[in-house]
Design a binder for this molecule. Structure first.
Ligand SMILES: O=C(O)CCC(=O)C(=O)O
Ligand SMILES: [Fe+2]
Length: 194
């Protein structure tokens, strides 16, 4: 898949794979318990995944993505397909040609499991818009970031127990950390009404 993304950007197939030798990729197993009172309330709030891309296997509907017009739309549920979400690293490498997939999960009445595989690049990779794309676009739209620092910075700004530790000064954001919600379609449509 990394080869396919590189080819789609007009690059040589192995271009991005050089940065994938020992990636801290994670497979997460998520259980959304049965909730008979759930209506259309939000489950997991709007976010983009922090890595290169995510392969997702859900067992029931509930996933929504934001389209280019800033509208939330349902991802059609199929039990014979994986969902592929673009992650932050591909948005930055591609200088915005790929936009990280903003997504969220509705609270649904049926029990739901979901298995995302967050496909990362190497921890120490400095991710910056690729020179070929900066030349093509005439400028870089994103400052560089360190892949591992980005995962750490986004994680400690997302999970409540870590946000509390951050607020108490027990842990700190790495230099150059991006605020959460600055990438993806919801980053672009931040100021428009939902
Ligand atoms: O449950 C899902 O379908 C998505 C979960 C998700 O977006 C995440 O864990 O990052
Ligand atoms: Fe996600």
């Amino acid at each position: 898949m990394m080869g396919g993304f590189a080819l789609a950007l007009g690059l040589e197939e192995n271009h991005l794979l050089h940065h994938v030798t020992k990636p801290p990729s994670q497979l997460r197993l998520i259980h959304y318990p049965y909730n008979p009172n759930a209506e259309d309330a939000q489950g997991i709030g709007a976010h983009t995944d922090y890595e290169c891309f995510t392969l997702l296997l859900p067992t029931a509907p509930g996933l929504e993505v934001m389209n280019g017009a800033g509208e939330w739309i349902d991802v059609p549920f199929r039990d014979d397909a994986l969902v592929v979400n673009i992650g932050d690293m591909l948005e930055i490498w591609s200088n915005g040609e790929f936009v990280a997939t903003s997504h969220r999960v509705r609270k649904v009445k049926e029990e739901r499991y979901s298995f995302p595989l967050f496909f990362a690049c190497d921890y120490h990779t400095v991710v910056a818009p690729l020179p070929e794309l900066v030349t093509r676009h005439g400028q870089a739209y994103y400052p560089p970031l360190k892949a591992g620092d980005h995962l750490y910075a986004q994680t400690i700004q997302t999970f409540n127990y870590l946000r509390e530790r951050l607020a108490r000064g027990e842990i700190a954001l790495p230099d150059g950390a991006r605020e959460v919600g600055s990438l993806g379609q919801h980053g672009k449509h931040k100021d428009s009404p939902q």
